[in-house]
Design a protein around this ligand. Sequence first.
Ligand code: ZN
Length: 229
Amino acid sequence: MELYTPKDIQELKILQDKVMNCPKCGGSDYTCECVKDYKFLHGMIMSAIPSKYRYADINNIQVATLKDSLKEIKNYVKHLEENKETGLGLYLYGTTGTGKSYVACYVLEQALQKGYSAFFCTVEQYKRALFDKDSDYIYNVNESDFTLIDDYGREFSDTKGFIDSQVDEMLRYRYDRNKSTIITSNILSKDIENLRIKSILYDAYIKLPFESVDYRKSLGGLNAKKSIR
Ligand SMILES: [Zn+2]
């Protein structure tokens, strides 16, 4: 799967020019902000984070129903190193339009900032990569320090909780290797019982509700450029 879009290449080029013309370092200091900015965007692209979720910031979100979940997430990020060691993950659940993916990308981006590897994939993309035998993509999903599985259970259609077993196998693979995974899902906490991976979810994930709110009405403080779902 191609990770760069033409727009990404263009945006990287702009940051690269900024590095070359940096008034502070002239492109010679790898610890300068200009280089960090370039590396961060490059990291987000290589991590397959969709452009609408890049530069996610949860500090401006003022939604009463999300207060507790966001507090937990800030705490999770604060202890990222320990969480990576223990393989603790996050299970963000709720209906669509509650900002789960945006918040989950915030966690991935914090991981990148701290020098960890991170990767974003939707269940659809993962299944396509398996079908295409895209070994690079599958490697990233399986082996990154932090992998985000977006939209787990979106195609969850039968009441027995059946979802493509290959996705569950991947989640088990990561669990067995103590790798932290972040899942966003519309399968609510009470319905986890029906899932094959329920023991994993109970053991290695903090489960956080994202209750239905109309973001456009309640998210006054959020940068309008950044979309929410
Ligand atoms: Zn510089």
